[in-house]
Design a protein around this ligand. Structure first.
Ligand code: GTP
Ligand code: SPV
Ligand code: MN
Length: 669
């Protein structure tokens, strides 16, 4: 009942080892694996090597069993439909266990339900675990996945070992992290993060398996022990709950390690912007809550191209500062001899945008005091709906091969489909929805789940930055916070200082999205875009951020953006996507110290209209940038209440001072 890959079949206790050489693993890893084999009682052990051959073999099996469907329109692309009860992160069932409650959660006001993490006591956690794990892998293979977050052996990188009984998880981990036998060698004396995952469906199965997707939604428990560097995830196969290198390790556990070691683990994209005129490149990080635009911004295709002026015409040109029909004019062949050709210089330089990461950043100051960021991941686990060749051509090009699609729809010609792709396929194409129903464009209901995702290797992205795997990371010039704010919040503003920026980050709010279990469009607090991912007391987290304002640290400027403000009819006031380059252009110019392009307001510096490149867009500028006083008075009072209720005595004094100063400025508006 198991495949024999080794000539000599090894055993661990009574369990055969289907693949790999258990006894060659570092002793501490053997111990960890043996402990969980004992508890979970799988039928076999499979030690992964992360090779393509291994993936092919697993894919082949999953195709046979109907877990995966191949998408023959592309190369090596597959579709997976989950049990419809297992489609997103489950924040209500996510826990952190520490000895001390207030190491994990802040001092919440009495009678108020805390939203910044859930704590569980060690004995209670023990009990919950004992209720779930014994025998939970019966009849299934336990896969051992050695992986590195960040380039293997890099100074900021960390190692994890994930045990799982899900082969889907194994395939996705191979894309999202660096799975390799080198991890065993690199580990040396270092610690590794212990990750245990089970779908919670021992055989014979009790619960009916839907869509060949075993899971146990009623019993989901995503538990973390930061002090022990342990993650235990039970009952769900969905990405954020099961790919433990991602949110569980790279954010919840890593934020605790980062606090202890003086760095940051954040829910941030990392991107490079190279000025095509000067060749100078700057990197920025941006923290937006789930499904609020990180992947799209990181892979942005600028709406304003750079102008490469023909060298010959350039030499006879004189510049004048306006912007229309440059390329043609610059390359104009004068019909009347003796006329002087002039080049119209674009008022915004072209930018070459390249992605380093789209979801998570680990940031560390180097010896010179420069803040450097690495992307600990190796792939993109991106929101599918809304992605198309107009909004995000680079994502589309990334997942044309070697990718896995979860809960998207399928076209009759073997392609993927989701909301937003209507203009990119034949209107009459027969479609099968994520729920396996026949469907066509225009029919009621949705083709793909709103949180359906692509899982694709980052290396396949056409604009992946050549330094994306640089072990020491890229230097960061700006940090941007943002969220979905339909009213009141302007397109962009720059904060007054590091402390003011941390306060603004602490007060990030956003409309709920489909990435977790929340329904409806309520505006929720999502401080630093980390609410669901905080590994320790949020008040201490703010203090940690504040403490970074120390020598020799060169602090990046902090900004806030909002792509999602709407007019009275509910239409977006800002076109977004490729046009976001206009905002980033202003951000970079501010970072370069350009004066006269910003005005002081109560909430920060806002751009002057004249400084902003508005070519080819029609904009209600005043509406987009208006700061309604009643709105901001409400906002600051509400932020105050949020901090009092949710963080209480743990709020650092410096944050209160920023809140009070801001309130005074708003009152004086
Ligand atoms: P996670 O992977 O959940 O962390 O999400 P994310 O922050 O990477 O969000 P993503 O870029 O995948 O975008 C989520 C949704 O927002 C998609 O449906 C996008 O089409 C939409 N979106 C992204 N950028 C913009 C924008 O500038 N304007 C508008 N209107 N929508 C956007
Ligand atoms: C998010 O929700 O922020 C995601 C998807 O990036 S998940 O991996 O499920 O967390
Ligand atoms: Mn995310």
């Amino acid at each position: 009942f198991y495949e024999v890959h080794n000539i000599v079949v090894q055993h661990i206790g009574p369990i055969p080892i289907a693949k790999g050489d258990f006894h060659k693993l570092p002793k501490k890893c053997q111990k960890f694996i043996a402990k969980w084999v004992d508890i979970c009682a799988p039928r076999a052990l499979y030690i992964c090597d992360g090779s393509q051959g291994e993936a092919d073999e697993i894919i082949h099996k999953l195709l046979e069993r109907g877990v995966l469907t191949s998408l023959p329109k592309y190369e090596n692309n597959f579709l997976c439909r989950t049990d419809p009860a297992d489609v997103a992160r489950v924040e209500a069932k996510t826990w952190i266990s520490t000895k001390e409650k207030y190491d994990t959660v802040p001092h919440v006001r009495e009678g108020v339900k805390g939203i910044l993490g859930q704590w569980i006591s060690e004995p209670d956690m023990e009990k919950e675990m004992n209720d779930r794990y014994p025998g939970c892998m019966a009849g299934r293979t336990m896969f051992v996945i050695p992986f590195s977050m960040g380039p293997i052996g890099g100074p900021i990188s960390k190692i994890g070992i994930q045990l799982t009984d899900s082969n889907y998880v194994l395939l996705c981990m191979k894309i999202m992290t660096r799975v390799s036998p080198h991890v065993w060698e690199t580990l040396g004396d270092n610690d590794f993060v212990k990750c245990v995952h089970s779908v919670g469906c021992p055989r014979p199965v009790q619960r009916k398996v839907i869509n060949h997707w075993p899971c146990n939604p009623e019993r989901i428990m995503i538990a973390h022990r930061p002090e022990q560097r342990e993650i235990m995830s039970y009952g769900s196969g969905y990405g954020g709950n099961s790919l433990l290198g991602k949110k569980c390790f790279a954010l919840r556990i890593a934020s605790v390690i980062a606090r202890d070691e003086g760095w940051l683990a954040e829910h941030m994209l990392i991107m490079g912007l190279q000025n095509e005129k000067t060749g100078e490149e700057k990197f920025i990080c941006a923290a937006f809550p789930s499904a609020c635009g990180k992947t799209n911004l990181a892979m942005l295709e600028p709406s304003i191209p750079g102008y490469k002026v023909n060298e010959v015409s350039k030499s006879i040109c004189e510049a004048f500062p306006s912007a229309c029909g440059k390329t043609n004019l610059a390359m104009l062949e004068p019909s009347i001899p003796g006329c002087k050709v002039r080049v119209v210089e674009p008022s915004i330089p072209g930018y070459k945008v390249r992605v380093v990461g789209d979801d998570i950043a680990w940031l560390k100051f180097d010896k010179e005091g420069t803040l450097r960021a690495i992307n600990p991941e190796a792939g993109f686990f991106g929101v599918a709906p809304g992605t198309n060749f107009k909004t995000n051509p680079n994502a589309m090009k990334t997942f044309q091969k070697n990718s896995i699609f979860t809960n998207v729809a399928e076209t009759a010609d073997g392609g993927f489909f989701w909301e937003g792709m209507e203009d990119e396929i034949d209107k009459n194409m027969a479609i099968t929805t994520w729920l396996n129903k026949k469907w066509h464009i225009g029919a009621p209901g949705k083709a793909a789940h709103p949180n359906s995702r692509f899982t694709a290797p980052a290396s396949q992205c056409p604009i992946i930055h050549p330094d994306w795997e640089k072990p020491e990371g890229v230097p960061i010039s700006a940090i941007i916070f943002g969220g979905r704010r339909p009213t009141g919040v302007p397109l962009v503003f720059e904060t007054f200082s590091w402390e003011h920026g941390v306060m603004v980050g602490a007060c990030v709010k956003s409309e709920a999205t489909a990435a977790a279990e929340f329904k409806g469009k309520m505006i929720m607090h999502d401080p630093m875009a980390m609410r669901p991912f905080m590994g320790y007391n949020f008040g201490n987290y703010l203090q940690h951020w504040l403490s970074l304002n120390a020598k020799p640290h060169k602090l990046p400027k902090i900004f806030h953006v909002n792509w999602f403000r709407v007019d009275n009819e509910g239409s977006f006031l800002w076109p977004g996507f490729g046009d976001n380059i206009r905002v980033l252009d202003w951000v970079l110019r501010r970072c370069a110290g350009e004066e006269g392009i910003a005005e002081k307001s109560a909430i920060g510096y806002v751009p002057t209209k004249a400084s902003f490149n508005l070519t080819n867009i029609d904009l209600k500028w005043d509406e987009l940038f208006s700061l309604p006083k009643p709105y901001w008075l409400d906002d600051i009072r509400e932020s105050k209440r949020f901090l009092e209720d949710q963080v209480g005595t743990d709020v650092p004094k410096a944050i209160w001072k920023e809140i009070e100063d801001q309130e005074k400025r708003i009152q004086a508006m």
